[in-house]
Design a protein around this ligand. Structure first.
Ligand SMILES: [Zn+2]
Length: 291
């Protein structure tokens, strides 16, 4: 039995963070996450923890485990190694403890490079809330049943544990690195919201510009309307002036008509008087001729 990486630091233990994992129908984290970011790309060789057979080499894409390898060991025990970058084994292949399975990365449902390691014990219960997975710490802590009295193997494990211990960094330094990763993730989220806010602000100012233009057009239309209204008022005043004048002219025409009638009556009288005068003058002439 060995650990899946040459450096062991647990970033997320088994069973925690129900709020994150309930969306996958889990009672919590169904494995152990190990730190791999000892260099910026977080790429490390990952090893089979014990002898077995490759049950599955799969790429789930951007969801779930991403690229992962699942091994079957004696008694239907299983181990899984997830969020890998690439594979070093093929499905169906026999592997020995310590054989390299692939390279770690950040594929699938993962916010930063790490190794997700899961363990299903012999005769596991798929409905245990963790899809049959149990705390791998139990696997690493239990005595190797095949070699329970193999002192050499126990010593080998202890030497390996000591070799794998990261003495270069204090616990606080590791905590700080973890916090820095968290901060990076928060910053990314912040950036996303900031960008959304920027987009919204740009849209808003575009709307405001449009609104200002509409207002300006409205102002121009109001001024034109006022002008037209004023013109209409002037025209009505002029028109009512004309109406008054026409009425006056009509009155004058009536008066003149009456004058013409009077003149015609005078004319008639003159014509009558003239014919009387003609008759008298004719009579006078006749009298004179008789003499
Ligand atoms: Zn995990």
């Amino acid at each position: 039995m060995r650990k899946p990486l040459n450096k062991i630091y647990i970033t997320q233990p088994f069973g925690v963070n129900y709020d994150i994992y309930k969306q996958f129908g889990l009672a919590g984290h169904n494995g152990i996450d190990y730190r791999t970011k000892y260099n910026p790309d977080g790429k490390m060789p990952v090893y089979a923890v014990m002898d077995g057979k490759v049950l599955e080499v799969k790429n789930q894409g951007n969801v779930g485990y991403g690229k992962y390898v699942r091994l079957q060991h004696s008694g239907n025990e299983e181990t899984i190694y997830a969020h890998l970058d690439s594979f070093k084994v093929n499905s169906g292949q026999e592997v020995k403890e310590g054989d390299q399975l692939g390279i770690t990365d950040n594929t699938g449902f993962s916010t930063a490079a790490h190794l997700h390691f899961g363990w299903r014990p012999e005769n596991y219960n798929y409905n245990n809330g963790f899809k049959g997975y149990e705390d791998p710490e139990e696997l690493f802590n239990k005595p190797n049943q095949n070699n329970m009295y193999d002192v050499k193997s126990v010593l080998k494990n202890e030497i390996e544990e000591i070799t794998n211990k990261d003495y270069g960094k204090t616990f606080n330094e590791k905590e700080q690195e973890g916090a820095a990763d968290d901060l990076k993730a928060s910053r990314k989220e912040c950036e996303f919201f900031e960008n959304s806010f920027k987009d919204a602000t740009i849209k808003l100012s575009a709307y405001q510009d449009e609104l200002t233009k509409e207002h300006e057009l409205l102002e121009v239309a109001k001024i034109k309307l006022d002008e037209e209204t004023a013109k209409n008022k002037n025209l009505s005043a002029t028109l009512s002036g004309y109406v008054t004048k026409v009425t006056e002219l009509n009155k004058q025409i009536e008066i003149q008509k009456e004058t013409i009638e009077d003149l015609e009556a005078v004319n008639n009288q003159v014509a009558k008087d003239t014919s009387i005068l003609d008759a008298l003058s004719f009579a006078i002439k006749a009298i004179l001729n008789r003499k």
